[in-house]
Design a protein around this ligand. Structure first.
Ligand code: SF4
Length: 239
C-alpha cells in the first residue's frame, strides 16, 4: 500500500486507518517538533499531489481484504506525511470514501489553508476535524511552526472561526506545547480568548514525546500541562 497505513491505535482517535494525500513532507509548515523530520517541500500551492482515484482504489482493496479489522475501526483518518488540505482533491476523496464505506472520517490539518472558503467547503463531509493552533502571536507561531513566508496567523484564526460556524461535525483543536517556546502562561491566557472565539468541541493539549525535527525540543512538564488545562477550562484535555 502506498497511501494507506495502519490501522494504528492512537490516543486521540482509537483505532484509525491512516491515509496520506501528499508525498513525504510536502507541508506549508516545518514545525520544530515534527516527528517526520524536515519539510522537503514547503508550499501553500494546492494541486493533485496524489490522484484521488489511486487512493480510493487502495482503500477498496484494503476494505475487501480486511473485513474483520474494518469492523473495529473508529476512523479513517486523512493525515499522513504532509498537510492533507494541500491536495486539491480532498473534497472529492471525502465524497468517495462516504460512497464506499460507512466509517467515520477524520481530517488532521495544520489549519494553514482554512482561510480559503473552498478548503473549508471541501471538508464539510468529514465527521471530525482536528485542526491545530500552537500560538496566537505571529512571532511565536513562526518560531514553533516555521510556516511558509507570508502565512498570517490572524488569517488562520479567522479560518478556524469560520470553519466552526460552517461545519456541523466535531471539531477538536490541538495545541502542541513546547517548553520555553509557547508555554508562557500570559500567552496561554491570550490563547484562551482566541479559543473561546473559535469554540471547538474539545481542546487537546499535547507536548512532544518522540523524536522531533530539531534537537533539544523539550516537553512541557505534566504539572504545567495540568495548569494550562485548568486555565483553558472544561473542554480541555491533556492527550
Ligand atoms: S504541520 Fe504537521 S506535517 Fe507539517 S511540519 Fe508541522 S507537524 Fe509536520
Amino acid at each position: 500500500m502506498k497511501y494507506i497505513y495502519g490501522p494504528v491505535k492512537s490516543r486521540r482517535l482509537g483505532l484509525s486507518l491512516g491515509m496520506t494525500l501528499t508525498p513525504y513532507k510536502v507541508c506549508s509548515f516545518d514545525c520544530i517538533y515534527c516527528q517526520l523530520g524536515k519539510t522537503t517541500e514547503k508550499t501553500i500551492q494546492r494541486k493533485v499531489y496524489i490522484k484521488i482515484e489511486e487512493i480510493i482504489e487502495e482503500l477498496k482493496l484494503w476494505l475487501a481484504n480486511n473485513v474483520e479489522v474494518a469492523k473495529n475501526l473508529n476512523y479513517i483518518t486523512l493525515s499522513g506525511s504532509g498537510e492533507p488540505t494541500l491536495n486539491i482533491g480532498i473534497g472529492e476523496l471525502l465524497l468517495e470514501i462516504k460512497r464506499i464505506s460507512s466509517l467515520p472520517v477524520a481530517v488532521i490539518t495544520n489549519s494553514s489553508l482554512l482561510v480559503e472558503a473552498t478548503v473549508r467547503e471541501a471538508l464539510l463531509l468529514a465527521d471530525l476535524i482536528l485542526p491545530s493552533l500552537d500560538a496566537v502571536n505571529q512571532k511565536i507561531f513562526e518560531r514553533i511552526d516555521r510556516p511558509l513566508e507570508g502565512i498570517n496567523l490572524e488569517e488562520i484564526i479567522e479560518g478556524l472561526v469560520k470553519l466552526r460556524k460552517e461545519f456541523r461535525g466535531k471539531l477538536w483543536l490541538e495545541v502542541m506545547l513546547v517548553k520555553g517556546i509557547n508555554d508562557d502562561l500570559r500567552q496561554i491566557k491570550k490563547l484562551k480568548a482566541v479559543i473561546e472565539k473559535i469554540n471547538p468541541d474539545k481542546i487537546q493539549l499535547n507536548s512532544p514525546v518522540r523524536t522531533t525535527s530539531e534537537p533539544n525540543i523539550l516537553a512541557v512538564t505534566k504539572a504545567k500541562l495540568e495548569k494550562i488545562k485548568e486555565i483553558l477550562g472544561d473542554k480541555c484535555e491533556v492527550i
